[in-house]
Design a protein around this ligand. Sequence first.
Ligand code: SAH
Ligand code: SF4
Ligand code: F3S
Length: 482
Amino acid sequence: MAPPCGGILKAAMALSGAQTAGEMGPSSRGGSGSSAGKNPGARPVEKTFYIETFGCQMNAHDSEKVIGTLEHQGYRQVQSEMEANLILYNTCSIRDKAEQKVFHRLNDFKKYYAAGKRFAVLGCVAQQEGERIFERAPYVSIVSGSASYRKLPEMLRRLEAGERHITGLDDRQTEETFETEFTRRSNPHRGYITIIEGCDKFCAYCVVPYTRGKERSRTGSSVVGEARRMAASGYTEVQLLGQNVNSYRDPEGKLSFAELLGAIGELDGIRRVRFTTSHPRDFTRDIVEVIDRVETLCDHVHLPVQSGSSRMLQAMQREYTMESYLERIAWIKSARRPISITTDIIVGFPGETETDFGQTLDLLQRVQYDAVFAFKYSPRPNTPALAMPDSIDDEEKSRRLQRLLEKQREIQRTNYANHIGQVMEVAVEGFNTQRGQVIGRSSQNKTVNFSARQAIFPAPGSYLPVQITNSFPNSLVGEAVQ
Ligand code: SAH
Ligand code: SF4
Ligand code: F3S
């Protein structure tokens, strides 16, 4: 299963046709818009960009919007820093290592500033560090958080006009969402739709409320409209996104989150609807009911718990108890459909005792999750947890993480083995030509590697019934059914 956050997501996209336009870099300073046409003697320099994306699916989708916006401004995407004259890093600051990676990356490429390359830092590190990025890396030209992306065209014009340091740091005041008709989705079959941005929950350990602004939803009608347009252009799977997707509140007051799920699931052409991430506090029973009722809604809920100890949940300011979390798990498990449940866990939060940690292990045993994304607690700037006593040393955090992952591996070994003999619908995603296998995904979001009897592989984006013949803790193996 793909992790809900972390890691580098390289946007590999088909390139649009080359366009020539203004030049960036030292030679363009002072030019207004630096249109190559204004100086007949100068060779037009193509505007090219490279973008690298870190972090969660919301960042991945923001990059698709940024790419579309850049293309609309006459830029062409290239596949390496070396080919680009504008390098953008869309950053994540959820844990400290992700942030360090960004500065390392910038450091590797700063030597090319003199040759005309320009750098933009976008996303959560940009919002968190703000103008301090210019102090640490003066060769960076643009620092912009996600709440300011709608101003990107203007920022690019200022960059082309030779401005050295441009910021877009709209904070929690903004009411606007980043909607753009230029979104350049990287996959022609399944695509993201952000339905709610920001976060108002302020968990004690988390940077997101400071980096993504306050919670703001798109109207239900615009979300359904976008899904309908996607279906009309060949998309069969949509994934609704939000830091807390189920905290969605339609500004027009027409659709609840469950109703929105149902409305999208019932659109012609849509075969699968996913949504992530659900916050336990706002998880209502009608979500389970709509999954039971609308076949296209996938059999999967990602419901991060963070800890199995109510004491820790309170210290983390999660706004639910173990009891209420388990009530929601019971709703999901009582559904008619086999809804897969996955979660996120933080080990080593300040003050976590062996007893608290033991309760988290008990919770894994009780829920039998299909996947757990577990993280060592990482102290983050501005967060209340920074000031909390009883920090746990890194070795102990690592030990707890290992124990937890080992336990979860055994649970998954059994869960995945339970599918042997079943026939399930699999969405084809790609191939492993060396092994002669097709790679796909089940409704429960499990990876299925299978062989097809035909000489030709089925096309990505198609759906096939597959009989499961073998299993591993993280994937299933099968054969396409004739
Ligand atoms: N909004 C979602 C989670 C978004 S962040 C929710 O509240 O459930 C994704 C995951 O990163 C979190 O679920 C948490 O497990 C992890 N995370 C966030 N801040 C962290 C920190 N400071 N240290 C370690 N893990 C963290
Ligand atoms: Fe972070 Fe908590 Fe908001 Fe999730 S709900 S993004 S963990 S503050
Ligand atoms: Fe990272 Fe920001 Fe997402 S901190 S996880 S990119 S919201």
